[in-house]
Design a protein around this ligand. Sequence first.
Ligand code: PLP
Length: 404
Amino acid sequence: MEETHCIHPLYGDTNRKGLVRDRSLDTVAVRGASLFEPHTGAISTPIYQSSTFRHPGLFESTGFDYSRESNPTRTELERTLALLEQGRYGLAFSSGMGAISGLIKLYRPGDHLVVSEDLYGGTYRLFNEYYAPYGFSFSWVDTSDFAQLQGALRPETKAIFIETPSNPMMKVTDIPRCAELIHGRGGQLIVDNTLLSPYFQNPLPLGADLVIHSGTKYLSGHNDTLSGFIVLSDTQREQSLREIQKSEGASLSPFDAWLTLRGIKTLALRMKKSEQNALRIASWLREHPRVDQVFFTGFTDHPHYALSCSQARGFGGMISFYVKDPGDVPILLKRVSLILFAESLGGVESLITYPLVQTHRAIPEAMRKATGINDRLLRLSVGIEDGDDLIADLADAFTHCGKE
Ligand code: PLP
């Protein structure tokens, strides 16, 4: 399959490089916000492994007082994320769920949020099991269907929360249209941008108000740390979120901030290789006689391909697919050897996941059925290994199907 080239509506034909203020996204990813550490010239941001900071005098501060509130390693990471996402502020949390838990506290009991029904199961669990009982209400809809989205709005709707592309069904929601819709009612658009990373998509310049990341995925990129982010440009909301972060304490540790900074340095290279591999594997899977359907936004006949090209600079490295026979699922999960059967995405190592019993188990059966998450669905997070080796691994695993 030929590689597809997108002409981005904001940046034009950027060769897939988002322009971040005066530097390209590739450069910001490598050099961070500060380029180098100003006090010593250290190239690698030092890990300020200190819980507290000496005050020069009464009512005086170096700018850092206590690490739950702020820490120099974390600050460098937060500024880097803000630049990568073209926002003014970044906040780093101990995980993606830590970030989403912080964000939801911008809202109050009685508020209503419209949420993508096809999204990470942990977000569903947090909202439905822990916030709904306190008086928040949520409508779960296919946000890629604008009529459904419009129909779900209520007078008390304060936000739309989307994942695009959705996870695991790879549907694409129109970011500018959603932003216009919710702004017309004084609410906010929140986008979980984990799947494409800022390398391929920047929701803020497209009209979103808040961007969420599980930094555990592509940003860190090595399956070795958890982290989470909120990026935004509104100063008042940023101050509220800082207070929430300080009060709740789910701030990212200095060492995990450093690991994430180090991971981000190679974001551009990893995203390109992962997407290249995903394009090949998705096309190969599509031709396999035991595979029924492949979901990948990079297929030119994907129903949301044109929308994808209009708002993203690439398609990422995530693929979902149905096998014809549910009996193939346990065999494939057992027989892959290079690809690992594990629950995450976005790392250099390729992972295969069974959403029904892993990432999306918290979603009720009826909703899973409606979205297409069934016992034949597998999800691949394509890493940066050699593409031929990955295809050979899948081909070998398929040879055992129907025989065991
Ligand atoms: N958002 C998405 C799209 C995810 O896939 C995940 C985790 O899988 C999260 C948020 C939660 O992030 P974390 O696992 O870092 O808490």
